[in-house]
Design a protein around this ligand. Sequence first.
Ligand code: NAD
Length: 267
Amino acid sequence: MNKFDLTGRKALVTGGARGLGAGMAEALAQAGAAVMIGDVLAALGRDTAAKLSAGGAKVGFVPLDVTKEDDWLAAVKATIATLGGFDILVNNAGIEVTALVADADPAELRKMLDVNIVGTMLGMKHAFRAMRPNGAAGKGGAVVNISSVAATIAFPAIAGYSATKSAVDRLTRVGAMEAGKLGYGVRVNCIYPGLVPTDMGMKLATDVVAAGLFASPEAAVGAIVEQTPAGRLGEVSDMADAVVFLCSDAARFITGVGLPVDGGMGM
Ligand SMILES: NC(=O)c1ccc[n+]([C@@H]2O[C@H](COP(=O)([O-])OP(=O)(O)OC[C@H]3O[C@@H](n4cnc5c(N)ncnc54)[C@H](O)[C@@H]3O)[C@@H](O)[C@H]2O)c1
């Protein structure tokens, strides 16, 4: 048996309309899972789901704002109704607001806390409730939270973002502890992706120029590559494959860890 095979698993990927989440949805589907994409971008999310389904995979879309509890209730219900179960959650949805500490805007900061921390916490909450014994899905499962290399290094102008991703790391550990000790049958892990040139990654590269830290986005990217022993930026598939691994039976004795997927940048 291929221990990385996810045939029969049912996954919900938040923020799966584009970027890393879309790649994770694709990789999970390629590994055999049925997948629901949950996102605030409904048109793009439906489009991404349709494209992945065209390859023969079972991929659906459900509108989901991860900061809204009612949306979580509906998304979990739709996942179970559409896919016939729910045993993988990838808490990927996130936003990044670049600002020097001296320029921090409280409203922007609170928005980021809401999506990255509250959204991740609510995802774990509703996954635990559905996956634990006697839950609506009831078969245990795996949660993968998406933290960031930003939780492990000090890079200028991302203090607020780094704080939210450090919080995701701690949510992961405590969630894993509770899920284990309380017999939920759910493993909880997170990954720390390095910089990947998605919409978010490229915006960061231009924002740090606007903050006066680099002469150009290319110089910013160059500095990051320079700090990375593997000598390149991350790719979507680098992150997606790590998620597949952590969801699979190959990771059956792994819970409560944060896995750097950053080419060594955070070592
Ligand atoms: N790209 C990188 O370099 C990088 C590095 C480390 C970590 N990350 C993390 O990976 C995750 C994905 O990043 P990405 O680069 O694909 O970003 P992205 O901006 O390209 O995509 C993020 C997705 O999340 C969705 N989203 C945002 N707010 C949401 C909400 N409230 N509810 C539901 N969906 C919401 C967006 O609509 C979008 O589809 C994020 O958590 C990010 O912090 C990214």
